[in-house]
Design a protein around this ligand. Structure first.
Ligand code: AMP
Length: 281
């Protein structure tokens, strides 16, 4: 596995693989890797012949400096996991490599970035699209994989790639879950034992919604079953519940006739957990 820290090294390493006729798959991450990230690496490996992963904690997508400072970092462990998974190249840039001195160019999806989660975290998706554009320009992958867990992020990136004619195929990777159904996240480790046990309520609420949809239902009834399930857990506070079209993320109402993306965020003490499910009519 080749470890690259500069644009030039990365371009040269990717070019060598490309000359050998290999299709390049790319998995961007912020490190603190877990099985969810590794499932994206597996997906990239099935969709390409050589895999590049990046580890970069992107400052422009954090609202508060404290969150950026406290973001977990363990480079040695991350590299061991990527090596074990058979990744060919890891790109580990410094902030000034990605954002050169005097940089002033941003990339933004004007609507999708500023609804739902984007309303709560102003500037977050602009930071994501600005960094992903730079990473794509450096790595120049044929295919890139993003998790469906960050559902709005995936739709924002698909929109950006279509709008800017970026020559990369975007794949969404299914959410990787713990045995009890909790979506894997580096934040799970910060939960107390009691909150960790209670956090199963997110996936239970989404499952209850899917079960209800099998019998034919309305968006309002789905919202009720989710809110009521979360309310059964005293440690959980419902922070966000969005029920939207699967691609354009417009709010849906009334009888369920098209695929419905349910985006859920629930607070446990000071930790916000997210989960989502696309429910078929
Ligand atoms: P992050 O390092 O948090 O920026 O995440 C890197 C990528 O991993 C993103 O595309 C996430 O959506 C994805 N990801 C995070 N958690 C999971 C999970 N539990 N299952 C699948 N993908 C995930």
């Amino acid at each position: 596995m080749k470890i690259c820290r500069t644009v030039e090294e990365t371009r040269a390493a990717v070019a060598a693989l490309r000359t050998a006729g290999q299709r390049i798959g790319f998995v961007p991450t912020m490190g603190a890797l877990h099985a969810g990230h590794m499932s994206l690496v597996s997906l990239a490996k099935t969709a390409s012949e050589a895999t590049v992963a990046s580890i970069f904690v992107n400052p422009t997508q954090f609202g508060q400096a404290a969150d950026l400072q406290s973001y977990p970092r363990d480079e040695a462990r991350d590299l061991a996991m990527l090596q074990e998974a058979g990744v060919e190249i890891v790109f580990l840039p410094e902030v000034t490599t990605i954002y050169p001195p005097g940089h002033e160019t941003i990339v933004e999806t004007t609507h999708l970035a500023n609804i739902l989660h984007g309303k709560i975290r102003p500037g977050h998706f602009r930071g994501v699209t600005s960094v992903v554009t730079r990473l794509f320009n450096i790595v120049q992958p044929d295919v890139a994989v993003f998790g469906e867990k960050d559902y709005q992020q995936l739709q924002v990136i698909k929109r950006m790639v279509a709008d800017l004619h970026m020559p990369v195929e975007i794949l969404g990777g299914p959410i990787c879950r713990e045995a009890d159904g909790l979506a894997m996240s580096s934040r799970n480790l910060r939960l107390t034992a009691e909150d960790r046990a209670a956090a199963v309520v997110l996936s239970q609420a989404l499952q209850a919604a899917e079960d209800l949809a099998k019998t034919g239902t309305t968006v309002e009834a789905i919202r009720d079953v989710i809110a009521n399930t979360i309310a059964t857990e005293p440690r959980a506070t419902l922070q966000g519940l969005d029920t939207v079209t699967a691609d354009t993320l417009d709010n849906l109402h009334g009888p369920l006739t098209t695929p419905l993306a349910v985006m859920l965020s629930v607070q446990f003490s000071d930790i916000l957990l997210i989960d989502q499910k696309v429910i078929q009519p």
